[in-house]
Write a protein of this length. Structure first.
Length: 342
């Protein structure tokens, strides 16, 4: 460690430039990843919010919760089994703002009559206690609260109780039903339910998420960008440290000539890379966390703590792969040739 720190201190400008580039790459990876997560939340957060282990959807719905209502016969079966039913209907209010009016049966934590709980995205144009005038409907809804991560297909979900929903949407169409973890413990009941559902199928939350057209269309290019940023990072780290190693061929030759072991030189190289990468990535994490505190709630940006640790670990792994070429070069250095001997 002492040898690595001395060298980094002596060539501080050179190593500072390498650290700056790695910091920018790490910052860009974290920013794009958080943007991808944020856009994902704008599509699927309501599915996550419902905490369902499985969903019941119509066979004609292509796994999309909004595509087709459940058949009345299946609805009767679900009601008999006291399974929570979900009704969703896109609506417009003043300023042509669109939201997804939603209610869930057998749930007590819903707003009072005439009130609505909206996603925080709507707080850009409205405040708590504001009135929402539903287009083509005489009913007005009072905003009771704003909740975080209550979005479906880039629409803010507006939760209301069942009586309020019926006043605005007279049709009794049921979009989906939620199978909770408690119900799944009774395997006999679940098998019984599957046998009774003639026009519906049971899907996972992942299936429901993938059925949202914008979800995979947004996630794929962003995740591809993150992959290529890691690839670029690996190339940059490899090239920089390989060039630095070539520039210091004579120094490595002298160190070998005076008896410095290969192990000590390899450890020095690894320590230099890990110190620079850890400092650069650590600074990128601090900066991205600071930025996250000042972003507006409407910005599709979600900082996942687990993802931060995974990305930091991947950067260290990429750095280790990148330094292998420098290690091979150091092992091949001939002390006599390096110092100009014959």
């Amino acid at each position: 460690m002492n040898l690595a720190l001395k060298e980094m201190t002596y060539y501080k400008l050179k190593y500072a430039l390498v650290a700056a580039i790695i910091f920018l790459l790490a910052f860009l990876v974290l920013f794009v990843s958080s943007l991808a997560q944020g856009l994902g939340k704008d599509n699927i957060s309501f599915i996550e919010h419902m905490n369902g282990k499985y969903f019941v959807v119509s066979e004609d719905a292509d796994n999309n919760l909004l595509n087709a209502p459940l058949h009345p016969d299946d609805v009767k079966v679900l009601k008999d089994n006291q399974i929570p039913l979900v009704q969703m209907q896109p609506n417009k209010v003043q300023n042509n703002d669109k939201f997804l009016l939603t209610t869930i049966s057998n749930i007590h934590a819903l707003p009072k009559d005439g009130e609505i709980a909206l996603d925080l995205h709507m707080s850009k144009n409205y405040k708590v206690n504001d009135q929402l005038n539903v287009v083509d409907n005489k009913e007005a809804l009072k905003i009771a609260q704003f909740d975080k991560y209550q979005m479906y297909a880039h629409m803010s979900v507006g939760l209301v109780n069942q009586d309020t929903y019926k006043k605005i949407v007279p049709q009794n169409a049921i979009n989906t039903a939620i199978l909770t973890e408690d119900m799944l413990k009774d395997e006999v009941k679940v098998k019984d339910l599957k046998a009774q559902l003639k026009h519906s199928k049971i899907i996972t939350p992942e299936d429901a998420m993938k059925a949202i057209p914008s979800y995979e269309a947004e996630q794929m290019p962003l995740n591809l960008m993150v992959f290529f940023l890691f690839l670029i990072s690996a190339i940059v780290i490899t090239v920089f440290f390989y060039i630095i190693t070539i520039q210091k061929t004579t120094e490595y030759g002298i160190l070998k000539a005076i008896g410095t072991s290969h192990k000590k030189l390899i450890v020095k190289l690894i320590q230099e890379v890990f110190i620079i990468v850890m400092l650069s990535v650590g600074l990128a994490i601090v900066v991205i966390m600071a930025i996250n505190n000042f972003l507006p709630p409407t910005m599709p940006f979600y900082l996942n703590t687990n993802l931060i640790f995974i990305l930091a670990g991947l950067f260290l792994f990429v750095a280790f792969i990148g330094v292998l070429l420098s290690i091979i070069k150091v092992l091949k250095i001939d002390p006599i040739e390096a110092i100009g001997g014959e």
